[in-house]
Design a protein around this ligand. Structure first.
Ligand SMILES: O=c1nc[nH]c2c1ncn2[C@H]1C[C@H](O)[C@@H](COP(=O)(O)OP(=O)(O)OP(=O)(O)O)O1
Ligand SMILES: [Mg+2]
Length: 201
């Protein structure tokens, strides 16, 4: 059986990673753009709320089950900012270069030990728009903010996120390595366990 699931994202970087991470499963995962679904309004105050809003929106627009990802980076020196506002940190939604430049600017002169940060990824899977029991999974990835951008892989904040266990930025890691370590990979592993518990895999 190959069930179609809508990936409730219009972020090309995420869509690419989900295609890599989900290739082991028997699902057909199609990005919502294939169904001409526009961005949901992210009005929640938590990653969990935003992930549900996105999944519900994609279910409503397509009539199919949907998987959404709300993610971002939490910087300790900034009391957790940009957090759920990561995609619009510098104002314009999804302007990665401006977001990275603003984060580097806000941390200018801050010593290494105070530059700790982590990525979060919350996944929400909903069977239909009125699903009262969405499956929620969470993963995080610890690191710190570099002083300048390094590497060309990945997307978003990857060029300025230092991965201590590898000694380089996450944009310097081969995609297979990021896909083993990342917040998204961990959340997806948790989602798979929840699917198994519900006899869905
Ligand atoms: O692995 C990652 N490597 C680098 N940066 C990342 C990662 N994961 C999330 N991020 C950043 C990108 C964006 O600034 C924000 C997600 O924002 P978020 O609203 O969840 O996604 P989005 O609006 O880009 O696409 P969509 O809502 O259509 O899925 O966190
Ligand atoms: Mg978004």
């Amino acid at each position: 059986m190959s069930q179609t699931i809508v990936l409730a994202s219009n972020n090309a970087g995420k869509i690419k990673e989900f295609n890599e991470l989900l290739s082991q499963f028997n699902f057909e995962v199609k990005p919502q753009g294939d169904f001409h679904v526009a961005d949901a309004e992210e009005t929640g105050l938590t990653f969990v709320e935003n992930a549900i809003l996105k999944a519900r929106h994609a279910c409503a627009e397509t009539g199919l089950p949907a998987l959404a990802d709300d993610s971002g980076i939490e910087v300790d020196f900034l009391n957790g900012a940009p957090g759920i506002y990561s995609a619009r940190f510098a104002g314009e939604h999804g302007n990665n270069e401006a977001n990275n430049a603003l984060l580097l600017e806000k941390l200018a002169g801050v010593p290494e030990e105070q530059r700790t940060a982590r990525f979060h990824c919350v996944l929400a899977f909903m069977r239909h728009k009125d699903d009262p029991t969405p499956i929620i999974a969470h993963g995080s990835w610890e690191g710190r903010i570099l002083e300048s951008a390094e590497g060309v892989e990945g997307f978003g904040y990857d060029p300025i996120f230092f991965v201590p266990e590898k000694g380089c930025s996450s944009a310097s890691l081969p995609k297979e390595v990021k896909n083993q370590l990342s917040h998204r990979a961990k959340a997806l592993a948790e989602l798979v366990e929840a699917f198994k518990a519900r006899q869905m895999l």
